[in-house]
Write a protein that binds this ligand. Structure first.
Ligand code: NI
Length: 258
């Protein structure tokens, strides 16, 4: 049985001391491949470096909506394109909208603009997209419907409604399932996971954030992906092996991993 952790931040300083052990613990439970995502230019360069160092790691590059204050139209786009040309880069991300932390409407508009500019990079380089979206469901969906035509990707750490998930699936985009599915208060998520067509979900930890039960509140790491996979299997009435097989296929298909 193999699993792919499709969204991590192992460049985070929380892994400075024991990254090799973290990676081998992941391998021991079957998490054979890991995709790290940048959220600034600096972090994007770091995840590319990690991907060059570890044969089982890949990278996504892009600027997160909470980090757009330094985004400069020409310079930043050029730098992302440059990073994305590395052959271990399999996606543009994480990019998107975050209205949970950002209440200012002018900055929200700037987020939309930067999001769309980075979607254009994905189109130009023919790469899939990993989207961060929080409390911006309506605008995110509108941008997916109007500005992301021909693109493919995933709404990572999905937090929308079942109705929104259905709209996302209709567009051919996947949703990412993280630690919160294991929380008692996971609200709408179990229903969404039960309703998801097999080819439309990815598993991810978002480590070091959002550790699943029984490690909730601690530093998250890719080996805990197993706890997320087990919960998904339980909810859907499938075996762990089945869930591992189709979510791994989905990740390989979307990110063109071999
Ligand atoms: Ni993330």
């Amino acid at each position: 049985m193999t699993l792919i952790d499709t969204h991590c931040h192992l460049n985070d300083e929380k892994f400075f001391d024991d990254l090799d052990e973290v990676v081998s613990r992941a391998k021991n439970v079957g998490v054979t491949q890991i995709i790290n995502f940048g959220d600034t230019l600096e972090n994007s360069a770091q995840v590319v470096k990690l991907a060059e160092k570890f044969s089982n790691m890949f990278a996504g590059v892009g600027i997160h909506p909470e980090e757009i204050s330094n985004f400069d139209e020409n310079n930043s786009v050029e730098k992302i394109v440059e990073l994305a040309k590395n052959k271990k880069v399999v996606a543009i991300g994480e990019i998107g909208l975050d209205y949970y932390w950002e209440k200012d409407s002018a900055v929200r508009l700037a987020q939309q603009k930067t999001f769309i500019q980075q979607l254009d990079i994905a189109r130009q380089l023919n790469l899939p997209v990993c989207i961060h979206e929080r409390d911006a469901h309506g605008d995110a969906l509108k941008i997916l419907q109007c500005e992301a035509k021909g693109l493919r990707g995933v709404l990572h750490c999905f937090s929308g409604s079942l109705e929104m998930a259905r709209e996302v699936w209709k567009l051919g985009w996947l949703i990412g399932i993280d630690g919160p599915i294991t929380f008692k208060n996971s609200a709408k998520l179990p229903e969404i996971v039960k309703s998801a067509p097999r080819e439309m979900i990815l598993l991810e930890t978002d480590a070091p954030y959002l550790a699943p039960m029984p490690n909730r509140g601690k530093r998250n790491e890719p080996s805990y992906l197993l706890d997320i996979a087990k919960k998904v299997a339980e909810l859907r009435g499938e075996t762990l092996e089945e869930v591992a097989a189709y979510t791994t296929d989905n990740a390989k298909r979307l990110y063109q991993l071999d």
